[in-house]
Design a binder for this molecule. Structure first.
Ligand SMILES: Nc1nc2c(c(=O)[nH]1)N[C@H]1C(S)=C(S)[C@@H](COP(=O)(O)OP(=O)(O)OC[C@H]3O[C@@H](n4cnc5c(=O)[nH]c(N)nc54)[C@H](O)[C@@H]3O)O[C@H]1N2
Ligand SMILES: Nc1nc2c(c(=O)[nH]1)N[C@H]1C(S)=C(S)[C@@H](COP(=O)(O)OP(=O)(O)OC[C@H]3O[C@@H](n4cnc5c(=O)[nH]c(N)nc54)[C@H](O)[C@@H]3O)O[C@H]1N2
Ligand code: SF4
Ligand SMILES: [Mo]
Length: 724
């Protein structure tokens, strides 16, 4: 029996786990008490890393479509098919005819973080899509324009904050997002123990809201109105304290906020004007406060405005870049804003637009809500091939039914994925990767958003005959560069490493793959660390609490924080129009996350589906009574995009007028290899989510606040079997 520390790559919390092996099998997983960041915390997903590793349904060999069926083949055979199909398609129709969709786990996987971009750059398509446009892109948009770089995102200084105003986030379930912090529950409890206050704004009394001092059940989609009213109150009551923050545009913000009085927004938000004023006063009065928003504030029709106003509030209350406020992390490796900017051109978006709906590019990508349009609409520039990397858009993106139809129209599709699931079943070739225990890990992305600066390297724990995904991605790179099926991987890897080393002003060194790239970034990083240092500290290195980083962190052309960037404020008139419009009585659909679930893909693990994850439509007792809905019975939920049948769960935790359905379910389609998930299928909420309801500026889909109709399902007449 051996035990080894591993950083969990499943969500953003980066917990240290202690994995016990017995003869090559995972005998147990628990929290690593010695981890410098998580101190023993673990959640049900982390515990199931062993179940994931041993899942018999998980793919270990490539699949290729032969006579309509996906069959197992060798890696060489799989790449031969890709080489036969993809380069001719590019030659005939151009690079934009091949689209990429990169999903959430590609951010949690060191291979895909580092070598995905190598492949995407070689492919050089404008049809690049990721899960960001069903997630946090509005925050990148606002941060890019306010601070100069889309990854310069302030995070709440969770361990020192005294007053935390949290909107549209449920970290007790999600374990935190755009705020890397293992054991949020423990950290929030400590906040309250030191006399601090937690205020949660959420249409649902979530687990986090239950722990909070105050919960305000807002009407979905109206956070930008509430935030503007808070801003306006600060100005009206002379509560603005900018300290000596280097900001531009405070007067413009004051003028823009003028129409959004607490009284004016009260009906829309469902919150009383006095309540809003009191929220603003308390925020201003707190010694050290932070405003933080997540999925509920980004994936809605005013996602960018809400994301912007959150940081406007942090600045206006003097809490931006202050200890105990909203601060900029400084990760040991790969932090986008670690070094002083060479140029201050600022952040640009809309450099190109999608062909069919004219939606703007942001951070090199187009909104996934229009992927189906680009496949289904004939004409020059139509998408004919798709490569998915760690993504399951058939369950996770809007109007999923239409997307599934679109994928059937493709000439060629490759999925780099560990399961044959709702998306990869459409592929012609599926290329699996190793499990988290078979690959090294360093959380390049999430340490950039951590509430403490930490660094932790995990070597691969178990051997595998599945190629590492960096090798697979370099092979794909070779194919699209016309190098055939077996390019010189070592030479390609040297090329990548040399380029990175040059940018960091260090020698590349002689390791291979992600280890070498991480070592380069550490050595070229702000703490003068090496990978060897991290290898000698298997429970991680604590680099201390967050420190103020203004003004060096800014890369705006002015060198100051832009509180009223025109690219963002351009959308304020749309918000003003929404304020002027009457409030309709529609039922509004929102999403929810579940503790033992991870978006769409961990439902094939028995330990995770055993528990309380239920794919139900939660409705308030008043709505249930009004609509004739009964707890446990089936309801039909309809939207502009589609219709589903789902069991009803009546609960007073949800605001009247709101329906909550979790995402990631709907595993009852044919042609998959996920036997456990199929037995716990649930329904796909994204059949209802409207692909035309977007946050205008960023193109991010509104996954919350979708008008729906709900009625009891008509019970089919019970047919008695003939007796005898
Ligand atoms: N209605 C609604 N929809 C939502 C949301 C919501 O709140 N409501 N949330 C949205 C959000 S925030 C996100 S991030 C997206 C997620 O959307 P996606 O990223 O599209 O979906 P995931 O469920 O994360 O799917 C991950 C895929 O990666 C595969 N995978 C897992 N690990 C690995 C690996 O190590 N290597 C490889 N190659 N593949 C791997 C899985 O098998 C699965 O197919 O969903 C979004 N969709
Ligand atoms: N267990 C588990 N953990 C996860 C995931 C998972 O699927 N399961 N997914 C991971 C991913 S990809 C992400 S992006 C993060 C997301 O992390 P979080 O954003 O913390 O995730 P949610 O639990 O969806 O919390 C969103 C909250 O917003 C509320 N909400 C909905 N609409 C509105 C609105 O209009 N206004 C306001 N103010 N609130 C609203 C919802 O009721 C919900 O409580 O979680 C990550 N962690
Ligand atoms: S909270 Fe996230 S990182 Fe921690 S054990 Fe759970 S899934 Fe892993
Ligand atoms: Mo996400």
């Amino acid at each position: 029996m051996t035990t080894a520390p591993v950083t969990c790559p499943l969500c953003e919390a980066t917990c240290g786990l202690s994995v016990t092996l017995e003869g090559g099998r995972v005998a147990g997983v628990r929290g690593d008490d010695a981890d410098v960041f998580s101190r023993g915390f673990v959640c049900p997903k982390g515990v199931s890393l062993g179940a994931l590793h041993h899942d018999p349904d998980r793919l270990r060999r490539p699949l290729v479509r032969r006579g309509g069926e996906l069959v197992e083949v060798s890696w060489d055979e799989a790449f031969a098919v890709i080489d036969e199909r993809l380069p001719p398609l590019i030659a005939e129709h151009g690079r934009d005819a091949v689209a990429v969709y990169a999903g959430n786990p590609s951010v949690h996987n060191t291979s895909t973080v580092l070598y995905g971009p190598v492949f995407y750059k070689a492919l050089n398509t404008r049809n690049f899509y990721t899960a960001s446009t069903v997630d946090q892109l509005p925050k990148h948009f606002s941060a890019g324009h306010m601070f100069g770089h889309p990854l310069t995102i302030p995070v709440p200084d969770l361990d020192r904050v005294d007053h935390l105003l949290m909107l549209g986030a449920n970290p007790l379930v999600s374990n935190g997002s755009l705020m890397t912090a293992p054991d949020v529950r423990g950290r929030l409890r400590k906040l309250r123990e030191r006399g601090g206050k937690l205020v949660v704004v959420d249409p649902k009394r979530s687990r986090t809201a239950e722990l909070a001092d105050e919960h305000h059940a807002i009407r979905p989609g109206t956070d930008a109105l509430l935030l503007f009213a808070l801003v306006r109150t600060l100005f009206a009551e002379s509560l603005v304290t900018l300290r000596d923050l280097p900001v531009n545009g405070a007067d413009e913000v004051r003028a823009l906020a003028e129409p959004f009085t607490p009284e004016a927004v009260a009906v829309h938000t469902g919150l009383a004007a006095d309540t809003i004023r009191e929220m603003a006063r308390e925020l201003a009065a707190a010694e050290r406060a932070a405003v933080y928003g997540r999925i509920g504030t980004t994936t809605q029709t005013f996602g960018t405005l809400a994301s912007w106003l959150i940081d406007v509030l942090n600045a206006l209350t003097g809490n931006l870049d202050r200890e105990g406020g909203a601060m900029f992390p400084l990760a040991a490796a790969g932090q986008a804003n670690a070094r002083p900017a060479k140029n201050r051109r600022g952040f640009r978006t809309g450099r190109w637009h999608s062909r069919v709906r004219g939606l703007p590019e942001v951070m090199g990508e187009l909104p996934v809500a229009t992927l189906a349009d680009e496949i289904l609409t004939p004409g020059d520039g139509r998408i004919r091939a798709l490569v998915t990397v760690c993504g399951n858009p058939c369950l996770s993106t809007p109007n999923a039914g239409r997307l599934a139809e679109a994928l059937e129209q493709l000439d060629f599709m490759v999925s780099v994925d560990v399961y044959l699931n709702e998306t990869s079943r459409h592929a012609d070739v599926v290329l699996p990767g190793p499990t988290p225990l078979e690959r090294p890990h360093y959380d390049l992305a999430l340490y950039q958003l951590a509430v403490r600066n930490v660094a932790n390297w995990t070597p691969a724990l178990l051997p595998t005959d599945v190629p590492q995904e960096w090798e697979t991605l370099l092979r794909l790179t070779g194919v699209v560069m016309g190098m055939g099926t077996s390019p010189d991987l070592a030479a390609l890897d040297d090329f990548v490493a040399n380029q990175l080393a040059e940018r960091h002003g260090v020698e590349p060194g002689d390791r291979r793959g992600p280890a070498r790239l991480v070592d380069i970034m550490l050595r070229g990083g702000p703490y003068d660390l090496t990978l060897a240092d991290l290898e000698a500290a298997p429970h991680g290195i604590d680099l201390g609490p967050l420190r103020p980083r203004l003004p060096e962190v800014l890369t705006t052309p002015s060198g100051r924080v832009e509180l009223a960037p025109p690219a963002v404020t351009a959308d304020v008139p749309r918000l003003a129009a929404a304020l002027a419009a009457p409030v309709l009585g529609d039922l509004l659909l929102i999403g929810r996350r579940q503790l033992s679930s991870n978006n769409s893909w961990m439902h094939n693990l028995e330990p995770l589906v055993r528990g309380s994850n239920r794919c139900t439509a939660q409705v308030h007792p008043d709505d249930a009574a009004r609509l004739g809905l009964v707890d446990g019975a089936t309801a039909v939920v309809r939207s502009r995009a589609g219709k589903i049948e789902v069991p009803v769960e009546v609960t007073d935790a949800i605001r009247p007028g709101v329906v909550s359905i979790p995402h990631g379910w709907g595993h009852d389609v044919s042609g998959t290899r996920t036997s456990v998930a199929r037995a716990h299928a649930g329904v796909n909420i994204n059949l209802l989510v409207d692909d035309h309801l977007l946050d205008t500026l960023s193109g991010t889909a509104a996954l919350n606040g979708i008008p729906v109709e709900v009625e009891p399902a008509r019970v089919a007449a019970v047919v008695r079997p003939e007796s005898g």
